[in-house]
Design a protein. Sequence first.
Length: 260
Amino acid sequence: MQKTDVAKHWDENADQWARDVRAGFDVYRDKFTFPAFLDALPAIKGLDVIDFGCGEGTNTRAFARMGARVTGIDLSVRMIEHARRTEEADPLGIQYQVASYSDHSGMPDASFDAVLSTMALMDGPDFPGAMREAYRLLRPGGFILFSVLHPCFITPGLGWVKDAEGRTTGLQVARYFDRSSFTERWRFGDRPKDEDVLPFAVPRFPRTISDYLNAVASAGFMITNIAEPQPSHAACEAIPRFSRWRDLGGFLLLVTARRA
């Protein structure tokens, strides 16, 4: 699967995705993955920040509200259109650009103090290229922080194990070394069930944890922190199914690395 295929899928997903995210149906983002990202994020007030795979801009706007000067890039023209419309209606000084995070973006070397990416880098075919571009864009001493689905647990052969009473008792992990790309189709589980919407088509590019970490190091970064956050007890009370990811398997991997 190529970048053109990824862009096509996300252009097709964009309108429904923007509506669903802004309606609060992405509870994993709202209750778990983005709060965990913010917990790992150093202060960014006054910094020049670029958001890799910014999508329709919800997280990008959160970074801008924290006082950063923010640029967002995404491969999807339609996603950037949604982000720009929101910026026009409620300006936060964000610049948006249609660009692949794994290619030369056209921006000058050493333009940013921080590269951030939330749950996007696992959806592109060239992760090493993304790390090289992040390194190029960072000033000396700058950092990258990214979150991805945990590669050791979110595998192509994932499945929940249940007991005779239907209680979830374990997580099956299989095909860990199968790096074949595929397209996953799903809709947000908290959407109203009576609404007829097409499932999102989301490209997946399975990798091992060594694929991720070695690409970070090979680009020249010094890895400074690895985190595998669990959903909070409050999040599990609000969304009971989150307890599976607290007790039985890891959902999220966060990596922080610095340009020396």
